[in-house]
Design a protein around this ligand. Structure first.
Ligand code: AN7
Length: 352
């Protein structure tokens, strides 16, 4: 059976009608990869939901197919978002795919990964770098889209959440039920909101029985939900989640509390350690923000949080592909050596 994207597959659980023009790049249906390496470390069965394998390399595509389809249905001509990079890459691609929508993106100057910038540009979005951070850019976008005929496609757009909840459906479909725990990075907090909505709806519709405890992780320098206050100058190496005032703050807290989970913070050091553990122990290359979910569960495991839950299932969402941010990868590993083009020199380097 061919896969034609999340709207086609989960149509009956999405606010879509026969009149909605579907704009899709066949997103979704991403692999759920069992990690032997992390299962050994954590003591739970660890599965990785590799969202970096979506068409533009991040989970945003699930939300964007919905937001762009609904914008087109409404007759919009321009869409706009603020972005730490992945939303802009996805919006730009889906706007191009729509064949009619113009796309405008505001990014924080100097703080978006190279691959994401390249994507927004090649898809011909109007890219505007602001001298400020994501939160300031989002405030501008909210004001502009309120006053002008421009459709907002950040995750405060409810159709984004609708699309993104399908990742939870896919996990239940593969595992036969929801896992006991779900770990996820938290930035603007749309995705944790979407997963929780998805898990609840699948249970209500009788397609799954269990509800997972939601475990959200923010970077220590950008952890407003953990601190309980806005962070004016968020800082982290994980630029995707360099956000100090998340739009879906309340919904994330509700997901945490209703599920009996938690939202915690991890240091940049631990994020980079988990980033390498994923690449080197599981063979999965993600961008730094995505490693937050794995860094988080390693930390919880060290604190014996999972002690009485041996062999239960935990799913970690890996939100974006490692190729988005090649600079961070190269900076954090040993550089390749250059040798003369002769057998002796090469063999010496291999250790023969
Ligand atoms: C790789 O692109 O906010 O908590 O503007 O790109 O739903 O915001 C990106 C967020 C995690 C956090 N991992 O998700 C944007 C943007 C990656 C991300 C998050 C983002 P939310």
């Amino acid at each position: 059976m061919s896969w034609n994207g999340i709207i086609d597959h989960y149509r009956d659980l999405l606010p879509i009608s026969s009149k909605t023009p579907i704009v899709s790049l066949n997103e979704g249906n991403t692999p759920l990869i069992f990690s032997q390496d992390l299962t050994k470390t954590i003591g739970l069965d660890v599965y990785l939901k590799y969202e970096g394998l979506n068409p533009t390399g991040s989970f945003k595509d699930r939300g964007m197919t919905m937001a762009i389809s609904k914008a087109k249905e409404k007759g919009a001509t321009i869409v706009m978002c603020a972005s730490t990079g992945n939303t802009s890459a996805s919006a730009a691609a889906y706007a191009a795919r729509s064949g009619s929508l113009r796309c405008i993106v505001l990014i924080p100057e100097g703080n978006i990964a190279l691959g994401k910038l390249a994507q927004a540009m090649i898809h011909q979005a109007k890219v505007i770098a602001v001298r400020g951070n994501f939160d300031e850019a989002l405030t501008l976008v909210k004001e502009i889209t309120k006053k002008y005929p421009v459709e907002l496609v950040n995750s405060i757009n409810p159709f984004r959440i609708e699309g993104q909840k399908t990742a939870a459906f896919e996990i239940c479909d593969v595992l036969g039920d929801a896992p006991e725990f779900h770990a996820i990075p938290v930035g603007n907090a749309g995705n944790i909101t979407a997963y929780w909505k998805g898990y609840k709806e699948y249970q209500e519709s009788g397609r799954s029985k269990r509800l997972p405890k939601m475990l959200g992780f923010q970077a220590a320098g950008a952890a407003p939900i953990v601190l309980g206050r806005v962070v004016e100058k968020p800082e982290t190496i994980a630029t995707a989640i360099r956000i100090g005032n998340p739009a879906s703050w309340k919904a994330a807290v509700a997901a945490r509390d209703e599920s009996g989970g938690l939202i915690d913070s991890i240091t940049d050091e631990d994020i980079i350690a988990a980033y390498k553990i994923l690449a080197q122990g599981s063979g999965v290359f993600v961008e730094p923000a995505s490693a937050a979910s794995v860094a988080g569960i390693i930390q919880l495991s060290k604190n014996r949080y999972f002690q009485s839950h041996q062999r239960k299932k935990i799913v970690c969402t890996l939100t974006g592909h490692g190729l988005k941010d090649p600079n961070t990868a190269i900076k954090n590993v040993a550089q390749p050596l250059t040798v003369d083009a002769d057998m002796k020199s090469v063999l010496r380097e291999i250790g023969f």
